[in-house]
Write a protein that binds this ligand. Structure first.
Ligand code: SF4
Length: 406
């Protein structure tokens, strides 16, 4: 498995595969040609990047990254390569001669593969490939998941402390902001109103649930506005874990150190899915984004509540299993409907999954292990139709037939 620090990345919303990944590719491309006079750049988007790139602001992030160099972005219908989400970047000199051309795959969570360029982004830091192997190592060493991760990545606590800061500040910014979200849906931000309503409630359980929801909305309203959020495992699904962290710190009194440990545990879970299936909505549908985010948050919650390895695994398994088959069909190509509400629903479900694992797990063992549900998610993702994998060609994207203003 790759390093957990490759899983958590802070960057501009609304989509890790459509903004963060192209931005990363463009910056590396510029770095490769540094000191050479580029006259213009042409970028072609293919697959999901082409079909939802407008609503996901892919063209804007590319143009902004190359500025002041002129960058022309085109949305192509056919893609000659064997991957559903990619782009080509071409640079030309003053005589309009091609200087360099890259083919880039956006593989999910802001990660990229650049064909024939020899970058080793997918450097393997962990020998173990699935949760069964990891549990075995943990049991032999009497470790919990975060101790295992800290052993393999000694600088991880420091990095996760920065990631925690980024999550907290995204939620805080979201709670402080009102007004319309960008784009043709003309949706109002509601996180602040939700938070104020929660604050006026007397009943503590309801208050906490509405606050938790408000935090998920706050993070994802920031994301939908192009604000800086953290991939967990993606930007579209970033509100689930960020909301949980904010809630556990602000309302439940967990320490920063406990939250950093919980982020490491969640990172192990996300990394297993990234290694054995996918965390890209364009490849596996929303189950690969929100489903994985829910599994990560459920594991984090169980960890915080002091659960053992098997109960943490059970919580993650419940979080993933009950999102199997979830499709990705963003209305208008914006990461707004169903995405913002879905982050809220998933964080509530994550808390419930930890509760279920703790209570049911004490009565009966879990018959379906996490590795099995990850394989099932991969299989299910292959069966989901292309129209329902971040292309906005079907599902809610075509059933919501109200007129979108220009
Ligand atoms: S539906 Fe899910 S996978 Fe698709 S853009 Fe929204 S959050 Fe991401």
């Amino acid at each position: 498995m790759e390093a957990i620090r490759e899983l958590y990345k802070a960057g501009p919303g609304p989509s890790s595969s459509h903004t963060l990944a192209p931005q990363r590719a463009c910056l590396l491309f510029l770095e490769k040609l540094k000191d050479q006079p580029i006259s213009r750049v042409a970028v072609s988007l293919y697959g999901s990047l082409s079909l939802t790139g407008k609503g996901h602001y892919t063209d804007k992030v590319i143009i902004d990254t190359f500025a002041p160099i002129e960058a022309e972005v085109s949305f192509k219908l056919t893609w000659p390569y064997d991957f559903p989400n990619g782009l080509t970047i071409s640079a030309y000199d003053e005589q309009d001669q091609l200087m360099l051309e890259w083919v880039v795959y956006s593989i999910g969570g802001g990660s990229i593969t650049i064909l024939n360029e020899g970058f080793d982004f997918q450097k393997q830091v962990y020998e173990e490939k699935n949760l069964l192997e990891i549990i075995d190592v943990c049991q032999k060493n009497q470790w919990t998941f975060y101790q295992y991760a800290f052993d393999r990545e000694p600088d991880l606590p420091e990095y996760l402390s920065l990631i925690l800061n980024e999550m907290m500040s995204a939620v805080r910014r979201g709670l402080d902001t009102t007004g319309l979200l960008p784009g043709r849906l003309k949706m109002e931000r509601v996180a602040k109103s939700m938070y104020l309503k929660a604050s006026a409630m007397d009943e503590i359980a309801a208050k906490n649930r509405l606050r938790l929801l408000a935090y998920a909305y706050a993070n994802n309203e920031e994301n939908a506005s192009g604000g800086r959020v953290v991939t967990a495992p993606t930007l579209g699904a970033s509100g689930v874990l960020a909301a949980l962290m904010y809630h556990c710190y602000t309302d439940l009194g967990y320490s920063r150190q406990q939250l950093i440990q919980a982020l490491a545990t969640a990172g192990v879970i996300g990394n297993i899915v990234k290694t054995n299936a996918t965390i890209s909505g364009a490849v596996g549908g929303c189950q690969a984004e929100i489903g994985v985010a829910c599994a990560m948050a459920a594991a984090a919650m169980a960890q915080l509540e002091g659960a053992n390895l098997k109960i943490i695994e059970y919580a993650a398994e419940i979080g993933m299993e009950h999102h199997l088959g979830l499709t990705c069909d963003p209305v208008g190509g914006y990461v707004i409907i169903p995405c913002i509400e879905r982050n809220g629903a998933a964080v509530l479900r994550a808390v419930d999954a930890a509760f279920m694992a703790k209570t049911i797990g004490a009565i009966k063992g879990n018959r379906v292990n996490f590795d099995t549900v990850v394989r099932t998610m991969n299989y299910t993702g292959e069966k989901i139709a292309l129209e329902l994998k971040e292309t906005s060609l079907g599902g809610l994207a075509t059933e919501c037939t109200w007129e979108l203003p220009e």
